[in-house]
Design a protein around this ligand. Structure first.
Ligand SMILES: NC(=O)c1ccc[n+]([C@@H]2O[C@H](COP(=O)([O-])OP(=O)(O)OC[C@H]3O[C@@H](n4cnc5c(N)ncnc54)[C@H](O)[C@@H]3O)[C@@H](O)[C@H]2O)c1
Length: 444
């Protein structure tokens, strides 16, 4: 089948690569000429495990192409997928300018039937706006051409995106036109062979489903962080509480890890956008407002512990920081909690020496030459001459480190662990001062 995908970011590239791998002929269109040049040289601009091999294999087979030419893309695909960004606008609502720019391009070039599939995360009502934008651009040309608009939100997780796309839990299809269901079924058939995973519904419910999923996951995280904050104050251990509630199948073990707050390109903006969607219909989303407030405060939890440890004297301190990406197995630093930790430490006059297994290039781009911030060549190099170690991202390689080396490198062995990676008892035995989230009592 002929597929065109607008937007070659985390969602567009993974979708394009996986659809090409199933035998389809895919053209990916992006407005970022540098990114397209890079991709055409075989360089993959993001870190996503397994993605590069699939891209190379399918480029070689002639099934995957990259272009900045929207006209070429529109002429190619029966399926036209929109996978561009929907960043927060000034008021926190989803900014639809990229989505509608794609709709306009499609309308400017469309000459045969296409099914326009929206994979970007968009508020309820966006499919109607896309339909109207395409129709207006088609009408302006004085031509007549049929098209359908379908909502097909994406649920992939960065770091495990290929597996998520190849073996989805579900494929949500929002459509008001039954003829599109068979087309969508055909597109996803290679990925849903062992049982039908299509969940078909009306467009508006589908658009809301994506926000509901992310808001629910964000709520679980903030709930657990709130519990961690109580645990510290009442002398309980949140990790025991976590296992105690996770064993209840109605609750489950996923997304109930306490930590330094959620980040990334989806949860913060999607929770905010849903709050705005509520406001737009005069409904106050009190649960979501609390989820966001708890999360914003939680991003400072480690710095609060550092302040207490150093008796508010962070000026001149050198802090080693492990983990910059917003979660392991990605180089994505959008809204990463590490950024808040770094900014607060720098503002307090501390210097930060950071290391991340894959996000170093991205960190250089995002943080540039910030005074007091530097990148170390390795995890242990980051510790050199530092007064404390702060762990923000739970990369596998940080889980069982050489504690003797950590002790030897730090001027005073103190670890501030935002992911509860280690045993407090073990670190006590090793003579390391250890602070984690929701496990050791704090002074009220
Ligand atoms: N990243 C995730 O894990 C994830 C998961 C599920 C859903 N989503 C949603 O999917 C959408 C895309 O997210 P992403 O992380 O892939 O974004 P991204 O920022 O990584 O990529 C977006 C790409 O779209 C391109 N673009 C912008 N305008 C364009 C245009 N007119 N034509 C062609 N390309 C254009 C940009 O240059 C960029 O390369 C968002 O709505 C996001 O909320 C993301």
């Amino acid at each position: 089948m002929r597929v065109t995908i607008f937007g070659s970011g985390y969602v567009g590239l993974v979708t394009g690569a996986c659809l090409a791998d199933a035998g389809n002929h895919v053209i990916c269109v992006d407005v970022d000429a540098r990114k397209i040049e890079q991709l055409n040289r075989g360089e993959v601009p993001i870190h996503e495990p397994g993605l590069e091999a699939i891209i190379h294999r399918n480029m070689k087979a002639g099934r995957l192409e990259f272009t900045t030419d929207a006209g070429k893309g529109v002429a190619h695909g029966v399926f036209q997928l929109i996978a561009v960004g929907t960043p927060p606008g000034e008021d926190g609502s989803a900014d639809l300018k990229y989505v509608l720019a794609v709709a306009e391009s499609i309308g400017e070039h469309l000459s045969q039937y296409a099914i326009i599939i929206n994979k970007s995360t968009v508020p309820v009502g966006t499919a109607d706006k896309v339909r109207a934008t395409v129709a207006a651009a088609v009408e302006k040309r004085g031509v007549e051409v049929q098209f359908d608009v379908v909502s097909n939100p994406e649920f992939l997780k960065e770091g495990a995106a290929i597996a998520d796309f190849m073996k989805p839990d579900r494929v949500v299809i929002g459509t008001d036109n039954p003829r599109t269901v068979e087309l969508m079924r055909a597109l996803y058939e290679p990925f849903t062979r062992n049982h039908d995973r299509l969940v078909v519904m009306d467009v508006r419910s589908s658009e809301l489903t994506k926000y509901a999923a992310n808001a629910m996951l964000a709520t679980k995280i903030s709930f657990m962080n709130e519990l961690a904050n109580i645990a510290e104050r009442v002398g309980a251990d949140i990790e025991r509480v976590r296992v105690g509630i996770g064993s209840d199948p109605r609750i489950g073990y996923s997304f109930i890890y306490p930590g330094t707050g959620y980040g990334g390109s989806c949860f913060p903006k999607d929770v905010q956008a849903l709050i705005r969607s509520g406001q737009a219909v005069q409904y106050r989303t009190r649960v979501l407002e609390a989820v966001e407030a708890v999360n914003n405060e939680q991003k400072s939890v480690l710095v609060r512990k550092l302040r207490r440890h150093f008796k508010d004297q962070l000026q001149g301190k050198k802090i080693a920081l492990w983990g910059l990406a917003f979660k392991p197995n990605t180089d994505d630093m959008r809204a990463a909690p590490s950024l808040v930790v770094i900014e607060e430490l720098l503002a307090a006059g501390a210097a930060v020496q950071a290391f991340d297994p894959v996000a170093m290039k991205e960190a250089r781009r995002v943080l540039g030459d910030r005074k007091g911030f530097s990148l170390a060549t390795g995890a242990y190099e980051a510790l050199r001459g530092a007064d404390a170690l702060v762990i923000v991202t739970e990369w596998q390689e940080f889980r069982s480190p050489d504690f003797d080396r950590i002790k030897a490198e730090l001027t005073e062995p103190a670890i501030f662990d935002g992911r509860n990676l280690y045993s407090p008892d073990l670190l006590k035995k090793l003579g390391v001062q250890y602070y984690s989230v929701g496990r050791e009592p704090v002074a009220r």
